[in-house]
Design a protein around this ligand. Structure first.
Ligand SMILES: O=C(O)c1cc(=O)[nH]c(=O)n1[C@@H]1O[C@H](COP(=O)(O)O)[C@@H](O)[C@H]1O
Length: 308
């Protein structure tokens, strides 16, 4: 799957991911009203609204981008109907040939991680039959429980030709509270980065490993160090746009081959129509505003990479 992701990045010339993180307050009124007219002001109504909203964005952007990253919490808040909207979104994006990164941030003791891995990336055995669960292409993993919490995910990726992005240095303001703590002379995130590179070395695609890392756009200096520490690791870089990351901050997340990173923006794309810069589109044309925001993001990142 890492090979497909790289191939699609080359084809689109866009090392970006659109984060499908729908909140009801970003969803245009006409979509909410239609969904509520059919299903009432219920969890089913909310789930229908987020699905219709996502479909509009995917239809307007799929030809420009290699991948999407639905964040499962945004769906889980609407209970079972929300999870059904998550699955519908995953399947629809796959039908549009997009690579789907399930942002599930799981990680537990080995046996529980194995169940998470099967449910999201693998197939579960039911009697003589096997079934896929959510069936994303990649999943995000929290490595805090150590190797035995991560390895079951790696095993399933190997069997199923899937991939991971493992949290190394997160984009949020307090990520340093634990991740930057110095242990044996180096920050914890470097130890984690080194471990991710080690896990990845045994699980290579053609050019990069299918065991990737997550490093926030909001910490460009740390990104530079981690890029060098994990040369064959693909880095998912969230924190662009709504959290303040810009193209010029991101050049060192990429290798000399122009590859090695993929930058996520969620609110900056899906709620673009709410920004002054895209106000001309209006609420009805929210998806066109998202398309424009994708074009601007691609230009910002590729411009920065050209000028480095
Ligand atoms: O794993 C992630 O994707 C992630 C890691 C991280 O360090 N920071 C981070 O923001 N994310 C996710 O990336 C998305 C960022 O959303 P926006 O700030 O709206 O672009 C959310 O889905 C977050 O859960």
């Amino acid at each position: 799957m890492i090979n497909k992701l790289i191939e699609k990045i080359r084809k689109t010339n866009a090392p970006i991911v659109v984060g499908l993180d729908p909140m009801l307050n970003y969803i245009p009124k006409h979509i909410q009203e239609n969904a509520f007219a059919e299903f009432g002001e219920t969890l089913e109504g909310a789930a229908e609204a987020i699905w219709q909203f996502n479909k509009g964005i995917v239809d307007a952007t799929y030809d420009l981008i290699p991948a999407v990253k639905p964040q499962i919490a945004m769906y889980e808040q609407f209970g079972i109907p929300g999870l059904q909207a998550y699955k519908k979104t995953v399947d629809y994006c796959k039908s549009k040939d997009l690579v789907v990164i399930g942002d599930i941030k799981r990680g537990d003791i080995g046996s529980t991680s194995a169940a998470y891995a099967v449910g999201h990336l693998g197939h579960v055995q039911v009697g003589s039959k096997k079934y896929a669960g959510f069936d994303e292409d990649f999943a995000t993993v929290n490595p805090y429980l150590g190797s035995d919490g991560v390895k079951p995910f790696i095993e399933v990726c190997k069997e199923e030709n899937k991939g991971l992005f493992i949290l190394v240095k997160t984009s949020n303001p307090s990520s340093g509270e634990f991740q930057d703590r110095i242990m044996d002379g180096r920050p914890l995130y470097e130890w984690v980065g080194e471990k991710v590179a080690e896990w990845g070395a045994d699980h290579m695609g053609k050019e990069y490993s299918y065991i990737g890392a997550v490093v926030g756009a909001t910490y460009p200096e740390m990104g530079k160090v981690l890029r060098k520490l994990m040369p064959k690791t693909f880095i998912l870089v969230p924190g662009y746009g709504a959290q303040g990351g810009k193209g010029s901050d991101l050049v060192h997340f990429f290798n000399e081959d122009g590859l090695g990173a993929i930058v996520n923006s969620s609110r900056g794309i899906i709620a673009a129509y709410k920004q002054e810069a895209y106000a001309e589109f209006g609420e009805l044309n929210y998806a066109d505003a998202s398309r424009k925001a994708v074009e601007v993001m691609i230009e910002d990142i590729s411009g920065a990479l050209k000028n480095r």
